[in-house]
Design a protein around this ligand. Structure first.
Ligand code: AN7
Length: 351
């Protein structure tokens, strides 16, 4: 049967109100790609699979939660959605609101949102507002305004977002017939790690698929869950996870602990090195934040603190590389220019 989106496929497993009215872009159903060359680069002896969430309709995993949140909002008769965002939530909210015939308002930290995300939000017709502050400031503002006015909040503190994002865990278990040994993923506002853990637990209770150990990875300059306190001025090249006060931080720590996993930090350099390795070794180009989970895995393997031998590891790559082209182009060497002649081309290629 043709694929009809996440709510159609998994809606019966999600705690959504009866009045929910499906708004879908046929999100989800993303591939789990074997990454043998990268596995070998990391020392080998284990199976590495990449869940490529950048292949969702707006280029990130946010679409899983957004189909649920906007469907609930539409069914309830809401006419406007709002979110604070480092970019991907904004683009996703804008797209699903457009499809639902609703208005979307997105608050972003000034100057800190990657070009592909800002362009997306504008293209889908959102009202984009820059906040002279951090993501955390913007989130506080959207919570306050939605407490006062009938505007639907679609950040991941909206429980329907979590319901929708559980589907990624379901897909992994359906593909592998069990949970992986380890799951590694980036952590920003901590909605996704919360959702995965809820999804794996639910499937395990229903189908005895087992539970993964969870490795959550923050960027070193924005690692409140590692530091044990909020970070007032988070800073990282991985702007998607430039978050100092995660709304679901407690749940993230609980998931890590309950799974016998942990939350660690990776430096910007480690993140960018992994972004490059994934692209050149596997042909999978992700935005910097999306490489954080794997960067953390690499650090743990290198330090000998995580034994992956004989294990199956699933890495969640949350957003597409096209979201943030400037990370690649801003300091690249300009491609060589040749005259339009074969001999010139031969000279360049063959020396
Ligand atoms: C590519 O879009 O918070 O831990 O406002 O865009 O669930 O927050 C984005 C987060 C990982 C972290 N990877 O997920 C936003 C936003 C990418 C992301 C995360 C984000 P959470």
């Amino acid at each position: 049967m043709t694929y009809q989106g996440l709510l159609h496929k998994y809606g019966y497993l999600l705690d959504l109100p009866y009045y929910t009215q499906t708004v879908s872009l046929l999100e989800g159903n993303t591939p789990l790609i074997k990454a043998d060359r990268l596995s070998r680069e990391l020392g080998g002896g284990f199976e590495l699979l990449i869940k490529y969430e950048g292949l969702n309709p707006t280029g990130s995993f946010k679409d899983r939660g957004m189909t649920a949140a906007v469907s609930e909002a539409l069914g309830r008769g809401a006419t406007t959605v709002i979110c604070a965002s480092t970019g991907n939530t904004a683009a996703s909210a804008a797209a699903y609101a457009a499809r639902a015939g609703m208005k979307s308002i997105v608050l972003i930290p000034q100057g800190k949102v990657a070009a592909g995300k800002l362009a997306g939000a504008i293209a889908y017709g959102a009202q984009v507002i820059q906040v002279d502050g951090s993501f955390d400031d913007a989130l506080t503002m959207v919570i306050e305004i939605t407490n006062k006015h009938p505007i639907c909040l679609v950040n991941s503190i909206n429980p329907h977002r979590i319901e929708g994002q559980k589907t990624a865990a379901f897909e992994i278990c359906d593909r592998l017939d069990s949970a992986p040994d380890w799951l590694c993923l980036p952590v920003g506002n901590a909605g996704n790690i919360t959702s995965y853990w809820a999804g794996f637990k639910q499937y395990d209770e229903m189908k005895a698929t087992g539970l993964p150990q969870v490795l959550g990875v923050q960027a070193a300059g924005a690692a409140p869950l590692v530091a044990g306190h909020p970070v007032e001025y988070p800073e990282t090249v991985a702007t998607a996870i430039r978050i100092g006060k995660p709304a679901r931080g407690e749940q993230a720590l609980q998931a890590a602990e309950a799974s016998n996993g942990r939350i660690i930090a990776a430096t910007d350099e480690e993140i960018l090195t992994m972004q490059k390795a994934l692209a050149v070794l596997e042909g999978i180009w992700v935005e910097p934040a999306s490489a954080a989970g794997l960067a953390g895995l690499a650090v743990e393997i290198e330090h000998g603190t995580l034994n992956v031998k004989g294990k199956r590891v699933v890495a969640i790559c949350t957003g597409h590389g096209l979201k943030d082209p400037e990370i690649i182009t801003h300091d690249m060497q300009k491609p060589l220019i040749v005259p339009p002649r074969l001999d010139a081309l031969e000279e360049v290629i063959l020396g």
